[in-house]
Design a protein around this ligand. Structure first.
Ligand code: HEM
Length: 239
């Protein structure tokens, strides 16, 4: 009975938000990994008619859950920040806010780059199924969406490092104090460079940072590498 009543306390409501935030987040990031690790490598191996059929029937549904889950994850996260900002202090707060920043850049990539480009890809596939000519610009359109999606898959690794580590790990160490600004500058620099590169501003879509994204395994190498560097910096600052 006491447990049932405490569900309506501040802590109970906080937990319900956190619970659904993770449900939405798993749906979003799960679909992001499906696109990157399953769909993108599988599509070129399919016959054109089968691929266009899949783009017509499967991709729009997957993209609907993808962008709704992305929005719901961000909204539930922002509501928690609004309601419980006083809880997010010291190292715990720094890690939550760093994860949130990366998550919000990922949200912008979903809604402002991946979704508009994918609408063109879907329209092209449907046109082809109806016997219409291919869109001559479809190559660059697909590439733009792919780079944003790959960059989001890379971002997901440090984002989840901060978000899941906030309570169990980062929050347990001594307060970084004003040294957290160093951490912020480095995190911001990494996010800005990767994002500008995804948008084609650093050497175009075949630039030094975008070329490695053609290989799927580099998602893990770059995402993992960035995470290790940020973790090492946190260790050093916390010494
Ligand atoms: C899109 C922007 C995002 C924002 C603004 C955001 C915000 C937050 C906030 C404020 C918390 C703290 C909850 C608490 O009070 O305990 C949190 C926790 C958490 N978030 Fe996010 N989040 C975002 C994306 C994601 C994504 C994509 C995932 C993927 C699953 C995720 C997974 C988690 C997890 C597992 C926790 C629990 C951490 C813990 O209890 O130790 N978040 N997030």
């Amino acid at each position: 009975m006491v447990l049932a009543i405490s569900l309506f306390s501040k802590e109970g409501i906080h937990w319900i938000f956190r619970w659904w935030h993770v449900v939405f987040g798993v749906c979003w990031i799960g679909l992001l990994y499906y696109f990157n690790f399953v769909q993108v490598p599988a599509f070129p191996t399919m016959e054109a008619a089968h691929r266009n059929g899949a783009i017509d029937k499967i991709v729009p549904k997957a993209l609907w859950y993808f962008r709704m889950a992305a929005a719901a994850t961000a909204v539930s996260g922002i509501i928690m920040i609004g309601l419980y900002a006083n809880v997010y202090k010291y190292n715990y707060g720094t890690a939550i806010y760093m994860g949130s920043l990366i998550g919000l850049v990922m949200l912008a990539n979903v809604w402002l780059i991946i979704w508009p480009q994918q609408q063109i890809v879907i329209a092209n596939a449907r046109g082809l199924l109806e016997g219409k000519p291919a869109n001559p610009d479809i190559g660059p359109v697909g590439r733009k969406a792919l780079l944003a999606s790959r960059t989001n898959a890379i971002f997901s690794i440090p984002m989840l490092m901060f978000m899941t580590g906030a309570q169990n790990y980062f929050g347990q160490s001594d307060d970084l104090g004003s040294k957290r600004f160093v951490m912020w500058i480095v995190v911001l620099a990494v996010v800005v460079v990767l994002e500008l590169s995804a948008l084609g501003y650093i050497g175009g879509f075949d630039g030094p940072l975008t070329k490695p994204l053609a290989a799927q395994k580099n998602i893990l190498h770059i995402g993992g590498g960035v995470s290790v560097v940020l973790l090492a910096l946190w260790f050093i600052l916390a010494l």
